[in-house]
Design a protein around this ligand. Sequence first.
Ligand SMILES: [Zn+2]
Length: 250
Amino acid sequence: MTVITQIGGVIYLLSLLISIKRNKKRKFNTLVIFIGLYLLSTFLIVPLMAPKFGREKIKHTDKIKPTNYMTVLLNRNYVRPKLNELLNLTEKELFGTNIKINYLDANFPFINKFPLLPHLSHNDGKKIDLSLIYETKSGTITDKQKSISGYGVFENPKHPEYNQIERCLQRGYFQYDFTKHVTFGTINKELVFSEKGTKRLIKSILKNRNLGKLFIEPHLKNRMNLKNNRIRYHGCSAVRHDDHIHVQLK
Ligand SMILES: [Zn+2]
């Protein structure tokens, strides 16, 4: 539980202690106490403590929302204030479009170097994953997604495009497409990848001076004809990035 939510393990121990003291119908008690304490911590205590570690919750607006609310329930939605600024500025750049910023995993609230699995680097408040943009067959941009978790539905390379995924798998990096196992179900199958929408989102992110790097799979970078030198390749030891965009501060 600590691995998934950071605070879950500690709260579970606390619940166990309280229910042992009260000593009646222990299992049921522990669960009820756990849920109560967990929600209290997640919505009241953790947000008050996180600033001491230089982090805060991602600020939701009309255009900035989690792809899946579990991200918030599991405390995976904490960032440094500068990353909230970056999102805010990106939203302003998107003014007049119907493109929304759907975010995925960011960071836990506490402690640098405490990893947010399965991500290797989301451990310092500077990282966030964002969903790709999709559109209907007739080209209308939507904020709907194709995967319930937000991960694992890939926009594969098309025929003559460079296939980095194949190369990584051939070289033995079997974790490279591991996220196909964590979609938790696929939805909105009629939607297609929006080249224009995703490109506009990335261009808006690139306007930020505090942006360090942005990762997206090479075939999508080429397809969208993006040439900025802050768009980098993440390497075969990460996971494939044609289901989401990774953004990090300097
Ligand atoms: Zn990431």
